[in-house]
Design a protein around this ligand. Structure first.
Ligand SMILES: [Fe+2]
Length: 594
């Protein structure tokens, strides 16, 4: 059976599931080169069908990972086009009149739809003409029919094959079936995100490979509060929450404590429930007033500590309620690797897994899993995340020819990992664009910039000359599986192959991973790499280990600041020539700046 899973919200994404196995998964942004591209992922679907050789008429089902969507944010492509100033404008012109002044909703979205920069000719796949002819209270209903129509028309299938699925159900199925846990074991499956289909946290119980919903709520406002604090700190909601998390470890306790205490007076855990102790009128103006005069790092630190504490309390209650010691976790809040670290440390938890990129892009896979299970299949776990576009030798040769690279640059074909490792050992910074592209937010070696993790100066070099990143953001290591115990404090031997959980580091870890740990608290967000997951990358790091004794490399995503991760040879070249990278590895062809 062939199932397409589609997510339209934060990162429009398609996944292809064939007989229970994920064959392909890619987000629209990688092709359109528009970061966080939302809406119907038309081009990603075309790419997925081409790569898998599946014909449109062979698709058995299409599963969307949300039942109800409002058309406004898709019409203007809010998450793709909004700047920080637009989110602030939304607060003042839309939410303040409604939530603070208790007035009727103003025509804010209608106004934006008329602005040129929110029009997307050529990339607008839904038919939005109903917005002019339908009363506003019917927009959602009509748009959900339009969502079905767009894929029916694109693939030439019947509407009966298209399903709109509950959002958190898709998060939960992804968490469970993508994870390598023993399916005979009773397991807690939890999801926490900003919001989807009226919920922001759920608990499922998994028994003998089947999920049963135990609890769902729209009251877990953790993701939403984190989002609004991100905006208050002058960063972009839905995108820069990780920067707030990255700032948090720099805050001293005495700076963050007053903020933490203020958060403690708001949302609290009550059994499996969440409730307001003091209910804010809204989540932006309320906290803006409360935090006036608090320092930026204290706000980040207080928020992060509060998030961690509240999640730990809730998860302990969930484990007790279900009488389980095994848990899997997904949803946007599962991207918070520091919170995952404290969850992993809950003494009762014996097994814990967070699959890659738990934000909405992974619900494309989750939606496909839901249908697969419903039709009697037993989906396979994910064994790696290299599910996207495969770079080809033909495009590499065409790139070299078109850009007259030979002569201007040193080009070495059929280069061995041993030679690339030598360059890394000499502190060269090499971008690796090899084989299949990772799906999701983390580069896991195939679309990565790599360098020697021992050299602390590499942080400044990467931040200022290559990635143009914010100065406080840490880098991360890819660690050979047999070196994990040398570098990380991991008493329960949890596996974390997708950079989804942070760990404390050992003294040797701090020495060898000096540039790939957080300078504020010396934690690392590792990719624990096995040979099976990526033999070529594993071999490269083993060669680096032979030369240096270090069983890891610093790995940061291969992109320029604000751009999506590179997809193909053309994107890789664009990034290479617009940065101070020393070398570019395209499959087994190395291009070096002279
Ligand atoms: Fe979600």
């Amino acid at each position: 059976m062939i199932i397409l899973g589609i997510n339209e919200s934060h990162l429009g994404t398609v996944a292809v599931l064939k007989n229970g196995k994920v064959l392909y998964c890619e987000s629209e942004e990688r092709i359109t080169r528009k970061k966080n591209d939302v809406g119907y992922p038309y081009q990603a679907i075309e790419a997925a069908l081409k790569a898998t050789g599946i014909k449109k008429e062979d698709v058995d089902f299409v599963a969307y990972s949300c039942q109800f969507r409002g058309p406004e944010e898709f019409k203007i492509k809010r998450m793709t086009t909004f700047k920080i100033s637009d989110y602030i404008r939304e607060m003042y012109e839309y939410w303040k009149p409604i939530l603070v002044e208790h007035k009727a909703p103003p025509p804010f979205w209608e106004k934006l739809m008329e602005e040129e920069r929110f029009k997307h000719p050529g990339r607008e796949y839904y038919d939005f003409s109903f917005l002019k002819t339908t009363p506003k209270d019917k927009w959602g209903e009509v748009f959900d029919q339009e969502r079905i129509k767009v894929v029916v028309k694109h693939l030439g299938i019947t509407p009966e094959k298209v399903l709109l699925l509950n959002h958190h159900l898709c998060h939960a199925y992804y968490a469970y079936y993508a994870s390598p846990i023993d399916r005979t074991k009773k397991t807690a499956v939890i999801t926490v995100d900003g919001e989807g289909d009226g919920e922001n946290a759920t608990v499922y119980e998994a028994k003998n490979g089947r999920l049963k919903k135990i609890y769902g709520t729209g009251m877990c406002n953790l993701g939403r509060i984190y989002r609004y604090i991100t905006l208050l700190l002058g960063m972009k909601p839905f995108e820069h929450e990780y920067k707030v998390m990255g700032m948090a470890p720099y805050a001293k306790d005495y700076i963050s404590k007053p903020v933490y205490d203020l958060f403690k007076k708001t949302l609290v855990v009550d059994g499996l429930d969440f409730k307001w102790k003091e209910k804010p009128s809204d989540l932006y103006f309320y906290f803006r007033d409360k935090f006036e005069g608090q320092r930026f790092d204290g706000i980040a630190g207080g928020l992060q500590k509060w998030l961690e504490d509240i999640l730990v309390e809730w998860v302990k209650n969930v484990l007790k309620f279900l009488k389980v010691d095994t848990m899997v976790y997904s949803g946007g809040v599962s991207m918070n690797v520091k919170a995952n670290k404290v969850l992993a440390e809950i003494p009762k938890l014996k097994e814990f897994f967070v699959p890659p990129s738990g934000s909405d892009e992974s619900t494309a896979i989750g939606a496909a899993y839901v249908v697969s299970v419903d039709k009697g299949e037993e989906p396979e776990e994910l064994t790696n995340a290299y599910l996207g576009y495969q770079i080809t030798s033909a495009e590499i040769e065409a790139l070299i020819k078109k850009n007259k690279i030979e002569g201007k640059y040193k080009v070495v074909r059929k280069i061995k990992n041993k030679e690339v490792a030598k360059l890394l050992a000499k502190d060269k910074i090499i971008a690796r664009c090899v084989g299949g592209m990772e799906f999701g937010a983390r580069a896991l070696g195939n679309r990565s910039i790599l360098c020697n993790p021992v050299n602390f100066d590499n942080i400044t070099l990467l931040n200022e000359r290559i990635k143009f990143r914010d100065f406080w953001m840490p880098f991360t290591p890819s660690i050979l599986d047999y070196r994990v115990k040398d570098y990380l404090v991991n008493p329960k031997n949890f596996s974390s192959p997708y950079m989804t959980v942070a760990y404390d580091t050992t003294p040797l870890g701090r020495k060898h991973l000096k540039a790939a740990t957080h300078p504020g608290d010396f934690t690392a967000r590792p990719q624990m790499l096995t040979k099976e997951a990526n033999p070529g990358y594993y071999d490269l790091i083993q060669n680096f280990e032979k030369l240096t004794g270090v069983g890891a490399v610093l790995n940061t995503s291969f992109n320029l600041h604000g751009e999506p991760i590179v997809r193909d040879a053309k994107d890789a070249w664009h990034t290479f020539i617009n940065s101070d990278l020393d070398g570019l590895l395209l499959n087994d062809t190395l291009i070096m700046k002279q």
